[in-house]
Ligand binder design. Structure first.
Ligand SMILES: C[S@@+](CC[C@H](N)C(=O)[O-])C[C@H]1O[C@@H](n2cnc3c(N)ncnc32)[C@H](O)[C@@H]1O
Length: 471
């Protein structure tokens, strides 16, 4: 270890920054966040430093003197020429005051680490000034791993510390807290359900001590949205859950790149449509989720896009709740927003569409999709059809029959956000032909409305021209 790690309590204690520019402002933010009574001294303050700090710190526009340094518990020197900094460093050393000169490790008594700030929980990463960029990278990795509500969890535990101390013998306390942090009440706090967590904690600590057992392996299911395919569109929370999962049940639209981000030794079950086209029945998936959670597993039910948009996530949530399994939902980027971004096509636009409607074009066999065609045709806004490829002819015909113009622009985005993404565009009357000539098989979205004209994509003429040129 190159330097002694310690977290200094600066609350209401005098701290000093010599300097008035951008570096000084960055250090001032940190010290104020730690509650320091902060003074900045500079011959001149940058306007933004002044604007941000003048009501929160003492700003003195003058030359510093030795007594300023002697009065502080911690000093930063920023935006100051090296020779001057060296002089202040000598004074600070004689006064026994800890000093940091920004970007001058030779004059520093301490360095500032990269930090992951979760309120009361702070993780500091130091490379002792040797490689700050490496420190920042590690920080980004740790940021992604630690739940944002970790500080709230520490605060929660702190509220019950004295009570647990009073009701548990010293040797039982440690195991109580270990079980607590692994158990369902902590999971509730992390998920943001503080009211439920307080109720559960009060019920627990009001029991006789012999019955204050926390089930540490209660099993839970997280219904997680994997987004439309590009692994970069996974949420940080989804990534964190994938890296903690014991078991993952995933659908057809979840890409391999996303599965590769999961914990290596997690069991994986494919529950989408098999090659024979037989999907695992929904009741069987729900029964499997319940069974795995009851075995004490941390289960991730991973679904393409968002689990609550044409994803049957609602049914799974209900089944798990009915079975008293702790269940949490993590949203994902739905195909409509992912594909719209990938095609550079805004779904709403002040000049073209004031609303957007999502519908499913799915229907059994010969049947029409069960949609209110006259309402949809009358909307004159953006209509996004999920699972509409096989019924595109019907969709186009019914909308036109009910009054939507033949020339209404349409865009079809296949495998949006993935490497094999394809976009074709044209008019509502052309929709079936676009699908045929464009060779669209799915997964694909149909976007119908003025905004579709903005999509990057090939028109019928362009596709045919290209085919002819290639022939
Ligand atoms: C069962 S739905 C699931 C939707 C998903 N829950 C969501 O929020 O995106 C499957 C349909 O979503 C659309 N879809 C999903 N991923 C897509 C992608 N990457 N590109 C285009 N369409 C996609 C297709 O219409 C596909 O048939």
């Amino acid at each position: 270890m190159n330097a002694f790690p310690a977290h200094i309590d600066l609350k209401d204690r005098p701290a000093l920054i010599i300097g008035g520019g951008a570096e000084a402002l960055a250090k001032a933010r940190l010290m104020l966040a730690a509650g320091a009574r902060l003074t900045l001294i500079a011959r001149k303050f940058a306007p933004e430093t002044k604007a941000e700090l003048q009501t929160r710190a003492y700003l003195l526009e003058r030359q510093p003197v030795a007594a300023d340094i002697e009065a502080a518990v911690l000093v930063f020197i920023a935006d100051t020429p090296v020779e001057e900094a060296r002089r202040w460093a000598e004074i600070a050393r004689m006064a026994g005051v800890l000093l940091n000169v920004v970007d001058q490790p030779a004059f520093c008594d301490f360095t500032t680490p990269s930090i992951v700030d979760r309120g009361r929980v702070t993780v500091s990463i130091s490379t002792a000034g040797a490689a700050p960029v490496l420190g920042k990278r590690l920080r980004a990795d740790i940021e992604a791993l630690l739940p944002p509500r970790l500080g709230a969890l520490a605060d929660f535990a702190d509220r019950y510390r004295d009570t647990v101390k009073a009701t548990n013998a010293p040797e039982a306390r440690r195991s109580f807290w270990e079980a607590f942090f692994d158990g369902p009440i902590a999971a509730q706090v992390l998920a943001g359900d503080e009211t439920g967590a307080h109720e559960a904690m009060l019920a627990l600590i009001n029991r006789p001590q012999s019955e204050q057992k926390i089930e540490t392996n209660p099993g839970a299911v997280h219904i997680v949205g994997a987004g439309p395919g590009d692994p970069d569109l996974l949420t940080i929370k989804a990534l964190r859950l994938l890296q903690r999962a014991d078991v993952i049940l995933y659908d057809r639209l979840v890409s391999d790149e996303i599965l590769n981000l999961a914990r290596r030794d997690a069991d994986r079950y494919y529950v989408g449509k098999a090659k024979s086209n037989h999907a695992v029945p929904q009741e069987e998936i729900e029964a499997r989720l319940i069974e795995l959670a009851r075995e004490g597993k941390m289960v991730v039910r991973l679904k393409g896009g968002d689990p609550f948009v044409f994803g049957r996530g609602g049914e799974e949530l209900e089944a798990l709740r009915n079975a008293n399994i702790p269940v949490f939902v993590c949203p994902g980027v739905t195909a409509a927003t992912g594909c719209a971004a990938a095609a550079n096509m805004a779904l709403t636009h002040r000049d073209h569409a004031q609303a957007v409607t999502f519908v499913t074009g799915h229907a059994k066999d010969e049947a029409d999709p069960a949609l209110d065609w006259s309402a949809l045709a009358a909307l004159k806004n953006t209509l996004v059809v999920y699972m509409g490829v096989t019924k595109a002819e019907t969709i186009s015909a019914r909308l036109i029959e009910h009054g939507r113009g033949c020339e209404t622009p349409v865009a079809i985005v296949e495998n949006g956000t993935r490497e094999n993404q394809k976009i074709v565009k044209g008019s509502l009357a052309e929709l079936p032909r676009l699908i045929e000539v464009g060779g669209i098989k799915g997964p694909a979205l149909l976007v119908i409305g003025e905004v579709a004209a903005l999509a990057d994509g090939e028109t019928l003429i362009e596709i045919i021209g290209k085919e002819r040129a290639a022939a």
